[in-house]
Design a protein around this ligand. Structure first.
Ligand SMILES: CSCCC(=O)/C(O)=C/O
Ligand SMILES: [Fe+2]
Ligand code: NI
Length: 316
């Protein structure tokens, strides 16, 4: 593939239009609507790193990511009409909306392409990957892949343990990994944060960025990119009207008690972190066992239910 020009650029992600034109085109909405990597992580759980594809073998950051995330397997895939056996069929399968029971991890060594991921409001978000992009799609996320008009990508595929590439085409809503994905992304990680978008979830587990930020109000944060779309049916409107009182109750009364025991087994930095609002003291001054129990057992399912009602009644 001597004529393929590969260039490294900042990753871009945008909301797609609904056109059925050539899948390899960019498919922007009008006007174009981009989202930041923080918003991408927050609304889908997709993670991204920019690395040097020419020196990844000696790159300590690449090693660190592999070590910390347990990636023990890697191989190469080169997607182009001339390099991929059964190209036409594979390309068709890659572009069918599907999920996997494990993370999909790709590190782009050359060329480019698009990973499309569904957010929780059923929008397609297109993530452009070029040389040096490492992308992790969480287990259970609906997604698809296409080449762009350059028709070429070479990527490392990484995996935890023995690789399982099986795609499960949509609908796969009953699968455990899908349910887990929804659970993680509707309750814990789309958290309302005191620090603005993107701080509610991160690439590391159990850091202060990931604790203490648990809120039942993922739908109702004005900074979320699709906030407007949420106000499209009566349940969503009702939810939004409840926001101020629910938010206040949550942040002042329940959250300081509930968030800490729910999310951090190791309180190490919690008390000293300057990032926290005084409304969310760490550790909580006292945690009445009944409040802990009630908030742990009842609030997640209630909020999950509200969320599902709110997001399934009408297209937003
Ligand atoms: C750039 S890797 C090709 C796409 C792929 O492997 C996959 O599983 C898409 O979902
Ligand atoms: Fe896939
Ligand atoms: Ni060539």
């Amino acid at each position: 593939m001597g004529n393929i020009i590969t260039k490294s650029r900042m990753v871009r992600a945008w909301y797609m239009d609904n056109s059925t034109e050539d899948q390899r085109l960019e498919h922007h909405q009008t006007p174009q609507k981009f989202l930041s990597l923080d918003d991408l992580a927050e609304s889908t759980g997709v993670l991204h790193w920019k690395l040097d594809a020419d020196s990844y073998l000696e790159d300590p950051q690449f090693e660190k990511i592999k070590r910390e995330r347990g990636y023990s397997y890697q191989d190469l895939i080169e997607v182009s009409p001339s390099t991929l056996p059964n190209y036409e069929e594979k390309i068709k399968n890659f572009f069918a909306e599907h999920l996997h029971t494990d993370e999909e991890i790709r590190f782009v060594l050359a060329g480019s392409g698009y990973f499309d991921v569904r957010d929780l409001e059923e929008n397609w978000i297109r993530v452009e990957v070029t040389q040096g992009d490492m992308i992790v799609l969480p287990a259970g996320i609906y997604h698809r892949f296409t080449l762009d008009t350059n028709n070429y990508i070479k990527a490392l595929r990484l995996f935890v343990g023995e690789p399982v590439w099986t795609p499960y085409n949509r609908p796969a809503d009953e699968m455990e990994c899908r349910q887990e994905y929804l659970q993680k992304n509707t309750i814990c990680n789309l958290a309302s944060t005191p620090n603005g978008p993107g701080k509610g979830r991160g690439k590391e587990e159990n850091t202060p960025d990931n604790v203490g930020l648990w809120s039942p109000l993922p739908l109702l944060r004005p900074h979320r990119p699709n906030y407007q779309g949420l106000l499209s049916n009566p349940i969503k409107i009702l939810l939004s009207l409840c926001t101020p009182s629910w938010q206040l109750l949550w942040s002042m009364v329940i959250s300081p008690h509930a968030a800490y025991p729910l999310h951090t087994p190791t309180p190490s930095r919690a008390t000293t972190s300057p990032e926290y609002s005084p409304l969310r003291p760490f550790p909580p001054p006292s945690i009445p066992p009944t409040i802990q129990l009630i908030s742990r057992i009842f609030l997640p399912p209630i909020h999950q239910l509200l969320f599902q009602l709110g997001s399934s009644k009408s297209p937003s």
